[in-house]
Design a binder for this molecule. Structure first.
Ligand SMILES: [Zn+2]
Length: 446
């Protein structure tokens, strides 16, 4: 090797060492520092989460989910949701000044809870917005049965649940299908009773037409008037996707004849649910409320992963009468990450990154994110699915960790696209802003 080539090699080695140090300092070896800085500077709109109320309502708050998953039979948690997750340390430190190492033993958990309580008392009714500040989130869509103290506009926007309106008949046979559904259906029955009361009724109307006009539509309109910006379906926990196009006359006949029938025929009941789903989706379009759908393998050991395949939703998206309704597929669709990406071709279909931003480490998630960004970049929405998962991971830690994972994934995806000359640095900054903020801003017209 000549002297000049040796010198060149030495310079090159020095340069590589210096740049890998820079990357190592940024915490993620594959993120361009300029892109990382741009991403860090954008406060996010979080498309989906379950924030808890601020003190004094915090201690008794159970409205963070219509179907809380903390009562299900034991199942195998993904590694990212276990109490030994190293990232928990950083979240505890940043939010609660607590310096414990996961996993915590019983004494450690007691100390953590004391550290949390101290911050809750300090921040009082500003507690929930303090968590948003820590997680670099400007606005969080709060998927809750009801809002309350500390979880209010402008920092929080409400997304209520509508599954209860789909199941107006006797649900005992559906509830018997799995131990999880045995817990879920009574909760839906209770919520529907609450909706009936809100509609000013003591019992279900005897005809489908009056059910639609006196219960379903008024509840959606009330929720909109009370600040709802979208409607959420957890239907994947209750039955499979696949909604047939059922004529109203047939649905009306089914409703009238099955209303007081114990254990209604399952296939007939499904036809009624299918009609109601499309009716609600159309009403949501009229009211400018995007429809949120849980679409990924869900919690619990009895969740039907095959029934949750997003391709089963395609006939719905291809229905010209529903083109005014925007659908947001929540949680990235795993394991159907390519299928869900293809559905973004429909002009009214969007995708959010919630839940996978907790379950899937940034390196793996960045590959899926890159694929979606290369195809339909204006359809991808930042989201955390912050939720009170366990004694180690409350909605607070989940927001913090998911936020960091998404920003790292986004950084890796954009850096890869930049290195492969797919995009310019200007476009990289633009795409970051779209995912973190702008796409949601245009969808909800904030
Ligand atoms: Zn959720």
């Amino acid at each position: 090797m000549s002297r000049s080539r040796r010198t060149l090699l030495a310079i090159l080695t020095l340069f590589l060492a210096a740049s890998s140090r820079t990357f190592a300092q940024s915490g993620s070896p594959a993120i361009d520092p300029t892109i990382a800085a741009q991403i860090a500077a954008i406060p996010a709109i979080d498309n989906h989460a379950h924030p808890m109320l601020s003190p004094p309502a915090y201690a008794t708050d159970r409205n963070f989910d219509a179907l809380p998953v903390d009562t299900m039979e034991p199942y195998t948690d993904p590694a990212g949701m276990r109490p030994n997750l190293p990232a928990l340390h950083d979240a505890w430190q940043a939010i609660f000044n607590f310096n414990g190492q996961p996993p915590l033993d019983a004494a450690g958990l007691t100390q953590l809870e004391a550290a949390r309580e101290k911050i809750r008392q300090q921040k009082a009714t500003n507690y929930s917005t303090y968590i948003l500040d820590k997680a670099n989130i400007a606005t969080m869509l709060a998927n809750r049965v009801a809002t309350g103290i500390g979880v209010q506009p402008p920092r929080f926007r409400w997304v209520p649940y509508v599954d209860a309106l789909l199941f107006p008949l006797d649900n005992s046979a559906l509830a018997a299908a799995t131990p999880d559904r045995k817990q879920f259906f009574p909760l839906e029955d209770k919520l529907r009773a609450q909706y009936l009361q809100q509609a000013g009724l003591k019992a279900l109307p005897s005809t489908l037409n009056t059910y639609l006009k006196q219960v379903v539509t008024p509840i959606l309109e009330q929720q909109k008037a009370n600040g709802a910006v979208a409607e959420k379906f957890e239907i994947a926990y209750l039955r499979s996707f696949g909604f047939d196009d059922v004529p109203q006359a047939e649905a009306a006949h089914l409703y009238a004849t099955l209303l007081h029938t114990p254990h209604p025929n399952e296939a007939q009941y499904k036809r009624l649910q299918d009609f109601l789903f499309r009716y609600i989706a159309a009403e949501c379009g009229r009211l400018n409320l995007p429809v949120h759908l849980h679409t990924t393998s869900g919690g619990g050991g009895y969740f039907s992963i095959a029934g949750d395949n997003p391709l089963l939703l395609e006939p719905l998206f291809n229905d010209p009468r529903l083109r005014k309704t925007n659908f947001v597929l929540l949680h990235g669709g795993w394991p159907f990450v390519h299928e869900i990406g293809a559905l973004l071709q429909k002009p009214n279909v969007y995708l959010d990154l919630s839940q996978q931003s907790l379950m899937i480490p940034p390196r793996t998630m960045s590959a899926w994110l890159r694929e979606w960004l290369e195809l339909y970049p204006e359809k991808i929405l930042y989201a955390t699915d912050a939720y009170p998962y366990s004694s180690s991971m409350g909605w607070e830690e989940a927001a913090y960790i998911a936020n960091r994972n998404i920003r790292d994934s986004l950084g890796m995806a954009l850096t890869g696209m930049l290195h492969d000359n797919e995009i310019s640095p200007t476009r990289a900054a633009e795409l970051a802003n779209m995912v973190l903020h702008k796409n949601a801003e245009s969808l909800y017209k904030f």
